[in-house]
Write a protein that binds this ligand. Structure first.
Ligand code: PLP
Length: 364
């Protein structure tokens, strides 16, 4: 068997006519920047998440920048987050001149351990960023409660969790600002780069809307320092179609995850989804001994895998200046050593899931 990890060609083929015609119509209108589809998408995103405001932007990294810029994070500030995430979460903190302050993760969900945050809050702390890793949101009620006590804004990096729910409420509508990414391999991916920010706060929304277009409030009048952070109209047109079918995709992913867990959970540590959460399964990641060998062997047997993430952020070279060392975040370090992501996409057949599971079990 030759299995596809994310199967993007199939996702396109499934609704090819609709995509082609939507893309064509943008090209014909040539309203490539801020065309009508962008406004339509933002309305759709609002109604999907239930947030008062949704602002599309260039990618999930810029979404994090917009969120932090609107809060006013900069030089000398500290932002608390997890070291077990994609680099963008912490890179953007550093990019704005602030200092990432890491907290270890919860061993069952791999999300930020809320209980370990309070002792790290200082006068310089300006925000907390939780990451909804692999498609599942962190313990937001506890996090919001703690943040409220210290009057800190909470940003949810929902790049992997758009569509997930926490106690019945949608990801990206659970804190001061939610951010997401429409990178092609994310659960809701477009045909290039894309992202969005979400908030129920009018003032932050206005700021982020302006900052997305060079801090402009009126053409060539710049109230804030901003960025060129718009989403292309073509990507918005694609997302409007994807979003129509998105709940079906989520269900398919959830069924595949259930199958994997059924086959694997007796022998290896499969993902834990808390009872009040639903996951959109950005990744289906398990812990295995001898990870590098398992990955190599699976590849030979036609099963592509990925490692999210091999090096926790506190041990990344670019963060040497923060002076963290090995052993500072033992759970993140331990998980990083043995985690492996199996193929996950709405098109995997039961037969393929069985094959992948059998091959994996055969190797451990
Ligand atoms: C993908 C990702 C991002 C960045 O999104 P881009 O659209 O690639 O810029 C940020 N945070 C997390 C957790 C991600 O997985």
């Amino acid at each position: 068997m030759n299995i596809d990890f994310a199967n993007l060609p199939k996702a396109y083929a499934k609704h090819k006519e609709e995509y082609d015609s939507a893309i064509n119509s943008v090209v014909k209108s040539s309203a490539f920047i801020m065309g009508a589809e962008v406004g339509v998408l933002e309305e759709n995103l609002k109604s999907y998440t239930g947030t008062k405001h949704a602002i599309s932007c260039s990618n999930g990294t810029d979404a994090l920048l917009l969120a932090m810029m609107s809060i006013g994070i900069g030089q000398g500030d500290e932002v608390i987050t997890t070291p077990f995430t994609f680099i963008a979460t912490a890179e953007t903190i550093a990019f704005l001149g602030a200092k990432p302050v890491f907290v270890d993760i919860d061993e069952s969900t791999y999300n930020i351990d809320i209980d370990k945050i309070e002792c790290l809050i200082t006068k310089k702390t300006k925000a907390i960023i939780s990451v909804s890793l692999f498609g599942q949101v962190a313990e937001m009620d506890e996090l919001n409660y703690l943040a409220l006590k210290y009057k800190l804004p909470v940003i949810e990096d929902g790049a992997q969790s758009f569509g997930a729910t926490y106690r019945g409420k949608k990801s990206c509508n659970l804190s001061t600002i939610g951010t997401t990414s429409f990178f092609p391999a994310k659960p809701l991916g477009c045909f290039g780069d894309g992202g969005a920010v979400f908030t129920n706060d009018d003032e932050l929304s206005n700021k982020m809307k302006a900052m997305r277009v060079h801090g402009q409030t009126k053409r060539y009048h710049h109230k804030y320092i901003g960025m060129g952070g718009r989403l292309d109209t073509i990507q918005a047109a694609v997302l409007n179609i994807k979003l129509k079918y998105y709940d079906e995709d989520i269900l398919l992913r959830q069924n595949i995850a259930k199958l994997y867990t059924g086959f694997l959970s007796k022998r290896i540590k499969t993902p834990t989804v808390l009872h009040h959460n639903t996951s959109v399964w950005a990744q289906y990641s398990v812990l295995v001994p001898n990870r590098d060998y398992v990955q190599q062997e699976l590849k030979k047997r036609g099963v592509p895998t990925a490692v999210h993430y091999p090096v926790p952020l506190h041990l990344q070279e670019c963060f040497n200046y923060l002076e963290y060392k090995k052993g500072d975040f033992p759970i993140s370090e331990k998980v990083a050593k043995s985690i492996i992501s199996l193929p996950m996409n709405p098109f995997l057949s039961e037969e393929e899931v069985i094959y992948i599971s059998e091959q994996l079990l055969d190797l451990i």
